[in-house]
Design a protein around this ligand. Structure first.
Ligand code: RTP
Length: 155
């Protein structure tokens, strides 16, 4: 049964400055793309510290909050929106556990990262945060709705 684009969920994924500096942009995009998810927005930017604090506002009481926001705003970030059935939950699965020492091999962090403070990628953890994060990082006009030829073979 074919799913209409409107029924498919969206998640916010960001390649953090360490992932960009290490040349992992294509590797990370390719894992989401090969799975069958669809890229509907992408840009590269250096977030301000204030912007990083907005993005991580849920963590403001944590001891690592300040260092985390300094780090996110320290260099280029690739911000993306990916679309597909179950993309929020499965995107987190592709990414792996927060601490790369605990992420399984085969996941992005398991294969490509070593330390929790340098875990190369961020992904929304639920539908509310996905909605908020997409709205923080992108304007509605930057989100592109289109049908890919592959879709009829994926759904
Ligand atoms: P993310 O939001 O980046 O996908 O990561 P997450 O949900 O897996 O982890 P969360 O608990 O929301 O933490 C956000 C980011 O903070 C950094 N962190 N550092 N003990 C530490 O030093 C520590 N714990 C977390 C990580 O970069 C994590 O991705």
């Amino acid at each position: 049964q074919q799913l209409q684009a409107a029924e498919l969920e969206r998640t916010f994924i960001a390649i953090k400055p360490d992932g960009v500096q290490r040349g992992l942009i294509a590797e990370i995009i390719s894992r989401f793309e090969k799975k069958g998810f669809k890229l509907v927005a992408i840009k590269i930017m250096i977030p301000s510290k204030d912007f990083a604090q907005k993005h991580y506002h849920d963590l403001k009481e944590r001891p690592f909050f300040n260092g985390l926001c300094d780090f996110l705003s320290s260099g280029p970030v690739v911000a993306m929106v990916w679309e597909g059935e179950g993309v929020i939950k499965y995107g987190r699965k592709l990414i792996g556990a927060t601490d790369p020492q605990k992420s399984e091999p085969g996941t992005i962090r398991g294969d490509l990262a070593v330390g929790v403070g340098r875990n190369i990628i961020h992904g929304s953890d639920g539908s509310e945060t996905a909605k908020d994060e997409i709205a923080l990082w992108f304007t509605p006009r930057e989100l592109v709705s289109y049908t890919s030829n592959a879709e009829k073979w994926i759904y």
